[in-house]
Design a protein around this ligand. Structure first.
Ligand code: MLT
Length: 328
């Protein structure tokens, strides 16, 4: 009896505690954020994901009234950081800027992936589309895309392509290019295309398939060469760079994207607040100008919702799985 009585008292206390926690959750979401937020970037500083995250979160921090601290966590094509983000507390204080690689291509490429992009994250919002370019060190022999194709086919065992690790955008896009050309050059992995770009500029690697944000300053500065952009139309930030279709390789089409995700179970009002801050940032003239100068594609209103991002992740996993699975 006594024991039963104690248990029932304990049970009562637990019920009260659970009630208090349930009451506290909406209040916590309402006051959010009350301290700084950590934004994990799964690649090295200075690369495209880092640059986009810094531009957009700089404005989001003003809207939210709290600092957003970027933490670059590198390794395994972005999957090390994404695993960490998937296990973080789901209270809105740890977020990740993921992309087409970490949240889609990783699924078929890593059979033991410790997270699932759809099951372990709440999509928050899309930040930018990032067209892919075929780039080379400035003294690489081929002068245009046609010469590049001939050269790569003739020298595939002697040349190398830089990338940001298995499953990164640069890796997956160049794998796609290699399969179109039927070649297997050596891949040289870096912790991000920030350091990979430094190696390309220094002439230490031959070529790379990279997101436009990383490439525009270097192409305009004449430190590297661009053979083509893999989109249907030329990009206003690089009006002289032909499309792959114009340059003779219509089969190679590629555009990546970067987006913010929160760990699964992050309260919906927090996700909504973060999404509103993204939308405000994307509508800000200075943010827009900076993203457009770097060649990004700014998502339209329909593509900015968490639901639209969830649909994008689903469709990208479905798109990349049959392409990448056979390649292993
Ligand atoms: C980066 O920021 O370094 C890139 O997004 C890496 C990549 O996926 O190629």
């Amino acid at each position: 009896m006594k024991l039963y009585g104690r248990r029932s008292m304990a049970g009562g206390c637990l019920a009260i505690l659970a009630g208090l926690v349930a009451l506290a959750a909406p209040a916590q979401a309402q006051n959010y954020p009350t301290r700084s937020i950590t934004m994990i970037v799964p690649f090295a500083a200075g690369g495209p994901t880092d640059v986009i995250a810094r531009i957009v979160t700089g404005h989001m921090a003003q809207t939210l009234g709290q600092a957003i601290i970027i933490e670059n966590v590198v390794g395994a094509g972005g999957t090390t950081a994404t695993t960490r983000a998937s296990k973080a507390a789901n209270d809105g204080y740890t977020l990740i800027t993921g992309h087409m690689g970490t949240h889609a291509a990783s699924v078929p490429l890593y059979p033991k992936l410790a997270y699932h992009p759809e099951k372990d994250f709440e999509p928050v919002g899309l930040l930018a589309g990032t067209p892919i370019l075929i780039l080379a060190r400035k003294d690489f022999a081929p002068k245009d895309l046609k010469e590049f194709i001939t050269y790569v086919k003739a020298n595939e065992t002697k040349i190398n392509a830089a990338h940001a690790g298995v499953g990164s955008v640069s890796n997956v896009s160049c794998e796609l290019l290699n399969s179109v050309l039927g070649v297997k050059p050596v891949g040289v992995p870096f912790n991000g295309t920030g350091p990979a770009m430094n190696a390309l500029v220094a002439g230490q690697v031959d070529y790379m398939c990279d997101q436009i944000v990383n490439a525009v300053p270097q192409i305009n500065g004449g430190t590297i060469k661009a053979y083509a952009i893999a989109t249907a139309e030329r990009n206003p930030s690089l009006p002289d760079v032909p499309t792959t279709t114009e340059a003779g390789l219509p089969a190679f089409q590629a555009q990546a994207w970067n987006a913010i995700f929160a760990p699964k179970g992050t309260p919906a009002p927090i996700v909504a607040k973060l999404n509103e801050a993204i939308v405000k940032a994307l509508d800000d003239e200075t943010v827009k100008k900076r993203l457009l100068e770097l060649g990004s594609v700014i998502p339209g209103p329909k593509d900015r919702t968490p639901e639209a991002l969830a649909a994008l992740v689903k469709s990208e996993i479905a798109k990349w799985t049959p392409v990448l699975k056979p390649a292993g």
